[in-house]
Design a protein around this ligand. Structure first.
Ligand SMILES: *Cc1c(COP(=O)(O)O)cnc(C)c1O
Length: 383
């Protein structure tokens, strides 16, 4: 079976994790700050806060921006369910903005129209969460400008996009957002097994997220009510969680991050090759966003909706681990119970109807890729 994605684990990764296991700290030691420094360096962000998943990072990002009951979060319907879930976890309402049919990212035009309507009805979102689908940045200059105009905060769900670039700057430098979140799940670009990082340029937001990941507790006397009672003393000054990353995960992240640029370059080379060899087939290749260098977490082709299931099954039967990213979130039963229905976001639904993610990962050989292409070609012409 050729999987749709696969982690790359090298001897130096094994050694780094083994070293931690025989050291003094399995958690709250030096590896988490080292991993955070590597992500800050790669993205150009002033701060990187590591937690146990991207879902946790999105959650504390929204909490740090004071998203709560009475507030509204908007995200893209073409994402993993976590992007929307964190809105409800904060007690906020959630709504979606339809996608651009070529890039599969939140459509700035649709966003503008929806913001104008929301302003007149007094229901503007507090947080807008664009998703860099497949690793390609959304049109952040326009989304960021609209957010400023309408007084909204922006959290980028860049789970797919570490190592990507937008207008010659790394995704994660928050040039058009308040906070940017990456996932380090094994199918993503680099892995810590489970893990997430939130980057920001704001000292205050970073300090708040660091506190929220560890129970809302502080040892900073300046933040305490009254004086410290001694060297042991801490205060819980707000409600937080235990979202900490372990030292083993962070050590793996440090060695993985050293290969970030190589991984993304390899993914782009394979994606370019897919673009070339799939050119004559009856399918749509992924569109490119102006000014974006994608991290190419995923390569999604679109086939005729009536044939998608048959093509998907034929590829799976051939040992090609295709997948579909994503079922539109608003169509999930949980979200349907909150008032969403088919037809609400037509571009997202049309995209979903024909989407197939074909294998793409750095360890993939050209021979593997040729097998995918041969199988896909045969499946597309079959009647
Ligand atoms: C993977 C993913 C998440 C969640 O990441 P975890 O690290 O598994 O919590 C959120 N959003 C998107 C778009 C993702 O692909």
């Amino acid at each position: 079976m050729i999987p749709y994605g696969r982690q790359d684990i090298r001897p130096e990764d094994l050694e780094a994790v083994r070293e931690v296991l025989t050291s003094d700290f399995l958690t709250q030691g030096p590896k988490v700050p080292a991993f955070e420094a590597s992500v800050a360096k790669a993205t150009g962000a002033a701060h990187a806060v590591a937690v146990n998943s991207a879902t946790s990072a999105l959650h504390i990002a929204c909490l740090a921006l004071d998203l709560g009951p009475g507030d509204i979060l908007w995200t893209s319907p073409i994402t993993f369910v976590a992007s929307a879930n964190v809105g409800h976890l904060c007690g906020a309402e959630v709504d979606f903005v339809d996608i651009d049919p070529d890039t599969f990212n939140m459509c700035p035009q649709a966003l503008e129209t929806k913001l104008k309507a929301a302003k007149s009805s007094g229901r503007l979102p507090k947080v807008i969460m664009p998703v860099h689908m497949c690793g390609q940045s959304a049109d952040m200059a326009r989304i960021g400008a609209l957010a400023r105009e309408f007084g909204c905060k922006v959290v980028e769900d860049a789970s797919h996009a570490i190592g990507g670039r937008y207008l010659d700057r790394p995704v994660g430098d928050c040039a058009h957002s308040d906070i940017c979140v990456f996932s380090f799940h094994p199918v993503k670009i680099v892995t810590t097994a489970e893990g997430g990082v939130a980057t920001t340029q704001s000292d205050a937001l970073a300090a708040r997220m660091e506190r929220l990941r560890t129970h809302g507790v502080t040892r900073d006397e300046a933040l305490m009510e009254g004086a410290s009672e001694g060297g042991w003393y801490y205060q819980q000054i707000e409600l937080g969680l235990n979202y900490r990353m372990t030292e083993m995960q962070a050590a793996l992240g440090v060695t993985q991050m050293e290969r970030l640029d190589d991984y993304v370059a390899r993914r782009n080379a394979l994606a370019d090759r897919y673009d070339r060899v799939l050119g004559n087939m009856p399918l749509k290749r992924p569109g490119r966003q102006d000014g974006a260098y994608s991290a190419f977490h995923l390569y999604v082709v679109r086939v005729e909706a009536e044939k998608r299931r048959e093509i998907f099954d034929a590829l799976r039967a051939d040992g090609i681990g295709v997948n579909v990213h994503y079922i539109p979130v608003h169509l999930q039963p949980y979200w349907a119970r909150h008032g969403f229905k088919p037809g609400d976001f037509p571009n997202a639904e049309a995209y979903y109807g024909g989407a197939i993610s074909i294998p793409l990962y750095p360890g993939m050989t050209e021979a593997d890729q040729d097998r995918v292409v041969t199988s896909l070609a045969a499946a597309c012409v079959r009647d």
